[in-house]
Design a protein around this ligand. Structure first.
Ligand SMILES: Nc1ncnc2c1ncn2[C@@H]1O[C@H](COP(=O)(O)OP(=O)(O)OP(=O)(O)O)[C@@H](O)[C@H]1O
Ligand SMILES: [Mg+2]
Length: 391
């Protein structure tokens, strides 16, 4: 005898077809060596679970249920045996769309799902495992476990939300920092720079007015002149380090080339740079993100790589801009890559992610480290008139 779920829904009170007398299921043979004298019946096994479990047939009829249904469904296990499972659990006369039994019956494989039950407003983990057992009339028997995972889901959700908030906060702080650096760089450059230039002009005036006989005064003026020149260079360096003007004036490619030359001057490491095409159009935010990733990569090379050569390429590949940085140093290892405290690397990934891109970092022991940054170019339709001066 088989049940048709569609034509025979919710057979409340129908006699149970497969309920069998409680027979010992595991019984050791007394005289065998190492045997355990154990008598265990199916209900005993099912009752060991803290959440509710059932045996069901492929037509969704309940064959056995454990005592946990009392607490979780508010019914006695013996009252639901023989009843139609979707009715008992979901109050429906047909299986819910995500019912795992449908798939398990079709494939005869285990099916595990996390389902949101709209009626109770709770999340359940519903799993079906095919058994080798058969009902008296030859139907297949499935082991069905349902556990309430609402608390875990809510905790997951809270964790996800707080991660997103942290990410948004860190990006916000980063953008504020970038804005402050830009303003500070501009002010230092413009205000201090012009004051020092003014001072230099005044000093040349003073030098012209001083007679050649006043040698000591002239020598003092000369040394002041040199100090002011030094101060002008320092102002330039500080403001450039805060925010390289070349990034805003000439674009990403020129800024990377310039930073590379500066890097070569400061270190013993040789740098090779290739780029193309010349007119990669990127908005200011994207250029800044890539440039800051590049700076972190160079800093890491100086601090950790022990490299003698760095190859850099900046290319446009379809609708993405790709920056590759490859050094010939000792090579980053897997542990360092997944270190949760590697904030430099995390920052690189976060910056790229915030622009819809990603960063791939790989290393081979003694064979160097390669960093590939891939970021989509800004949507061309978003490139309005205001954006046309962005590079
Ligand atoms: N190019 C590289 N070659 C070899 N090892 C590297 C390279 N870049 C990074 N590493 C390793 O990965 C680790 C993590 O780098 P990350 O930039 O996150 O941190 P950091 O440079 O040590 O500190 P900071 O937070 O100041 O950046 C480094 O400590 C270093 O061991
Ligand atoms: Mg670092």
């Amino acid at each position: 005898m088989t049940h048709d779920a569609k034509t025979e829904p919710a057979v409340l009170g129908a006699p149970h077809r497969t309920k069998r007398p409680r027979k010992p299921q595991i019984k050791a043979v007394k005289d065998e060596p190492n045997s355990i004298d154990m008598r265990l019946e199916i209900p005993d096994i099912l009752d060991a679970f803290p959440f509710y479990v059932m045996l069901v047939d492929e037509n969704h009829y309940i064959l056995q249920a454990n005592s946990a249904v009392r607490a979780q469904l508010g019914v006695a296990p013996e009252d639901i045996i023989g009843k139609y499972c979707p009715t008992v659990i979901h109050g429906r006369d047909k299986p819910i769309d995500a019912c795992p039994l449908e798939e398990a019956a079709k494939t005869n494989q285990a099916v595990e799902q996390e389902i949101f039950d709209a009626v109770s407003g709770r999340w359940v983990r519903s799993a079906i495992y095919p058994t080798r057992g058969l009902t008296a009339d030859g139907g297949r028997i499935f082991f069905h476990m349902i556990s309430d995972i609402t608390d875990r889901k809510q905790a997951d959700e809270q964790l996800r939300t707080s991660r997103e908030q942290l990410r948004a906060l860190s990006l916000y702080l980063e953008s504020v920092r970038e804005e402050e650096r830009t303003n500070l760089a501009r002010e230092i450059h413009d205000e201090l720079g012009s004051l020092l230039t003014g001072l230099k002009i005044d000093l040349s005036w003073l030098a012209k007015k001083t007679s050649r006989e006043q040698e000591l005064t002239l020598a003092k003026i000369k040394s002041m002149y040199e100090l002011i020149d030094e101060a002008i260079q320092t102002v330039k360096r500080i403001s450039t380090e805060l925010r390289p003007g070349v990034l805003d004036d000439l674009g990403l490619s020129a800024a990377i080339e310039w930073a590379g030359q500066e890097f070569e001057k400061r270190t013993e490491i040789k740098l090779e740079f290739t780029s193309g095409p010349k007119d990669i159009i990127l908005d200011g935010d994207r250029s800044t993100a890539i440039f800051r990733i590049f700076q972190e990569a160079l800093t890491n090379i100086v601090r950790h790589a022990n490299a003698t050569k760095v190859r850099i390429s900046l290319k446009q590949d379809g609708d993405r801009v790709i920056l590759r940085i490859r050094d010939n140093g000792k090579g980053i290892d897997k542990k360092q890559l997944s270190d949760p405290k590697a904030f430099g690397l995390i920052g690189m990934r976060e910056r790229a992610m915030s622009k819809g891109g990603d960063v791939k970092i790989s290393g081979t022991p003694g064979g160097g480290t390669t960093i590939i940054v891939s970021i989509p170019l800004k949507n061309m339709e978003n490139l309005n008139a205001e954006d046309t001066n962005c590079r």
